[in-house]
Design a protein around this ligand. Structure first.
Ligand code: T3D
Length: 259
């Protein structure tokens, strides 16, 4: 059904695999659209309670396929981003389900940005991150200037963006760029186990946590408190909330259904 990605749903988890391994899974216009579409599909599908984004082969994603752009003044970079990349990044935020980047190898340029746009980053010990834009005289895009300073702090973000230096998985963990690092041999199993765990939790509540937390980044305390009250009303009316309280009172493990 898709040309540049694979999309598979199993045990509550949708796995989106970027699938141009001979090109380090670099982005094409088709891939941008297909990722956006896959996220919309996962959002609509009640059986999907967590999404994993990963790469086929050795790399996670090497950013824009540079053989598609001539690299001169004749490329409409602004239009390029507005038409292709920006709607894709916005779709990560609009998707009210947890999205995990399972970073199996190098994530460079917009490939690093897309990992940053995910809610959680799990890295293979073979993964690395390169804010490659500066190496070709460009500015971090696809949300890189938004997410990177919020995740690692402005000082580190500026350093990574200005030097374009490669960050190892170990260093990424140290600076808070990734949440966990797993051995390369068991990486996808470990990442899927993490995803299945998230998929078994209160999906609607997690969607509201995601929305409220990201909104909180943009709002003052008073507005955030008000939004929390609004979100809590919604969370409080879910079946999973009732089940959580009932299970606690009955001293048993909860059985969340995502409703
Ligand atoms: O229009 C616009 O450009 C605006 C939008 C911009 C968004 C962006 O993402 S800009 C940033 C674009 N990405 C880059 O600049 C990264 C370029 N790649 C690299 O810096 C390195 O390849 C990596 C750090 C990703 C990996 O290095 P390494 O040493 O592990 O591998 P390699 O040998 O450099 O690359 C392996 C193969 O992948 C190689 O192909 P070959 O020679 O084996 O046939 C290489 O050409 C290919 N490849 C890697 N990155 C890209 C790519 N092919 C096309 N586009 C790429 N971005």
């Amino acid at each position: 059904m898709y040309e540049t990605i694979l999309y598979e749903v199993s045990e509550g988890v949708a796995v989106v695999t970027l699938n141009r391994p001979d090109k380090f899974n670099a982005f094409t216009a088709v891939m941008n659209k297909e990722i956006t579409d896959a996220l919309k599909q996962a959002q609509k599908d009640a059986d999907v309670r967590c999404i994993v984004l990963t790469g086929a082969g050795r790399a996670f994603n090497a950013g824009q396929d540079l053989s598609d752009v001539s690299g001169g003044g004749d490329v409409d970079y602004g239009g390029f981003l507005r038409d292709r990349y920006n709607p894709m990044i916005l779709q990560f935020q609009k998707t009210e389900k947890p999205i995990i980047a399972a970073v199996n190898g190098v994530a460079a340029g917009a490939g690093m940005s897309i990992a940053l746009a995910c809610d959680i980053r799990l890295a293979s010990e073979k993964a690395s991150f390169v804010n490659a834009f500066v190496n070709i005289g460009l500015v971090p895009d696809s949300g890189g200037c938004y997410f990177l300073p919020r995740i690692v702090g402005i000082g580190k973000a500026l350093e990574l963006a200005m030097t374009g230096e490669k960050v190892s998985a170990e260093e990424a963990l140290r600076i808070g760029l990734v949440n966990q690092v797993y051995p390369a041999e068991s990486f996808m199993e470990d990442a899927l186990a993490y995803a299945r765990k998230l998929a078994s939790l209160p999906t609607k509540g997690i969607g509201l946590i995601k929305r409220t937390m990201y909104k909180g980044l943009e709002m003052g305390l008073e507005e955030t408190l008000e939004y929390e009250a609004f979100a809590q009303e919604a969370a409080g009316s879910t079946e999973d909330h009732k089940e959580g309280v009932t299970a606690f009172m009955e001293k048993r493990a909860p059985r969340f259904t995502g409703r």
